[in-house]
Design a binder for this molecule. Structure first.
Ligand code: UDX
Length: 422
């Protein structure tokens, strides 16, 4: 199939590159010239494990442009993969989705033949049918379901393993407006062996939000249980293992610690809470999930103070700044509230992260950045905030270690060791 992808962020680029790997011809559209140039040279503008290799191997089937006309004229399906950032009140900002829909609509006006428009960006239930579809109709002067098709196909890609998540999904969700759109997406995904869920546009949108909210709920739930475990001298990981064997529960996403961050969970849960308010419904569970997650990182400071009661002037080594390992992404990283609090209490912060220091520097220029993980160990106490592989090899003997991510190597060797929930 000939596919165009609007937006070359991590979702758009991974989607485009993987569709090319599956044998499709792909045209990526972006407004950023530098990104376009890089993609055309076979260099991914973002770091994502395995992406460069797949891009290089399928270079003859993938190209990038800023030209919407060229992209829509030369493809049969267009995926909207632009960002949906948060407004200050947590609600979703649809500006980029709307712009993309308008542009595609304008191009459809001059295109002969049927075309399918698929929303992949994470949008609240109702958006594809009530915002995107009318914009497409207005700007094209054509009729959805007759002259062009509309579908919603959410992504479930984790940063760091997005290529694998795309190629080996647990399920594919196809929300469709018209039967022809469903048929085309069925064909596009025909080589996948996982279950395919076919549903209404709005149900597909909700499946994405509900999935992320549920995963975040599992983490906040086990963190709340973990806080009790800590007080009672119980290891929350043993509890998670014991619970996880129940097939109805499952062990995944029950790793307790200092909570969840990243570009999706925080933004999506805030959007869902603010949406619930707008439609006059309650979101008690989801709101509590967010509240637990706000408090959880500060447990590190409480535990630290057990051993170093006065933080003023003390040196605290911080291991890990990224929101999870194998990424340079610090969005909503749990390191942010922890470092903020350390600075508030006038501690001297020495930090190291294998990939995220440049990003963290922009937010916290005032802390010391170490050139190696070892260097942070020369401190009054050490906090482990991200579970990077290389932190396992450090020598923690003689150290006071407060661990937010369950690094067993530190647990087994440190002089004084405190885990957040174990
Ligand atoms: C998430 C979803 O998993 C993915 O399906 C969606 O498309 C985008 O959002 P991502 O943000 O890349 O992916 O990270 P993920 O691996 O899910 O981790 C999110 C956060 O939860 C991280 O901060 C991680 O450290 C934390 N986490 C995860 C836990 O604290 N405990 C766990 O058991 C699992």
């Amino acid at each position: 199939m000939n596919i165009s992808i609007i937006g070359t962020g991590y979702v758009g680029l991974v989607t485009g590159v993987c569709f090319a790997k599956l044998g499709n011809k792909v045209i990526c559209v972006d407004i950023n010239e530098k990104k376009i140039e890089m993609i055309n040279k076979g260099v991914p503008p973002i770091y994502e494990e395995g992406l460069e290799q797949v891009l290089v191997e399928n270079k003859n089937r993938i190209e990038a442009t800023r030209d919407y006309r060229y992209a829509t004229q030369n493809t049969d399906v267009t995926f909207i993969c632009v960002g949906t950032p948060s407004e200050d009140d947590g609600s979703i900002d649809l500006k980029f989705v709307e712009e993309a829909a308008e542009e595609i609509g304008k191009q459809l006006r001059n295109k002969d033949g049927w075309h399918l428009v698929v929303v992949k960006s994470t949008v609240l239930p109702g958006t594809t049918g009530e915002v995107v579809l009318p914009l497409l109709e207005r700007h094209s002067g054509k009729k959805a379901g007759v002259d062009f098709g509309v579908a919603m196909n959410p992504e479930f890609l984790r940063e760091g393993i997005a290529v694998r998540d795309f190629l080996e999904p647990d399920r594919i969700v196809i929300g469709y407006y018209d039967d022809k759109s469903r048929e085309v997406l069925r064909k596009l995904y025909s080589s996948f062996s996982c279950p395919i869920v076919e549903t209404l546009l709005s149900a597909a949108e909700m499946i994405k939000y509900a999935s992320n909210a549920f995963l975040a709920t599992k983490i906040s739930f086990i963190n709340e249980i973990g806080n009790m475990c800590k007080k009672l001298g119980i290891d929350a990981y043993e509890v998670a293992d014991g619970m996880g064997l129940d097939k109805r529960i499952g062990r995944a996403f029950l790793d307790s610690g200092i909570g969840w961050g990243g570009s999706c969970f925080p933004k999506d849960l805030d959007a869902l809470i603010s949406w619930a308010k707008r439609i006059g419904e309650e979101s008690n569970i989801i709101s509590s999930v967010v509240e637990v997650n706000k408090r959880q990182p500060l447990k590190m400071i409480d535990l630290l103070k057990k051993h170093v009661p006065e933080l003023k002037g003390k040196t605290v080594g911080v291991l890990g700044l990224a929101f999870k390992p194998n990424t340079d992404d610090i969005r909503e990283s749990r390191a942010i509230p922890v470092v903020k609090q350390l600075l508030k209490e006038k501690a001297v912060v020495k930090a190291f992260d294998p990939k995220a220091m440049e990003n963290f520097k922009k937010m916290f220029p005032q802390i010391r950045y170490c050139s190696s993980a070892e260097e942070t160990l020369d401190s009054d106490a050490v906090l482990i905030l991200t579970k990077w592989e290389e932190f396992k090899k450090l020598d923690y003997t003689e150290k006071i270690v407060i661990d937010g991510r369950r690094l067993l190597e530190a647990k087994n060797t440190a002089k004084i060791y405190e885990g957040v929930c174990w």
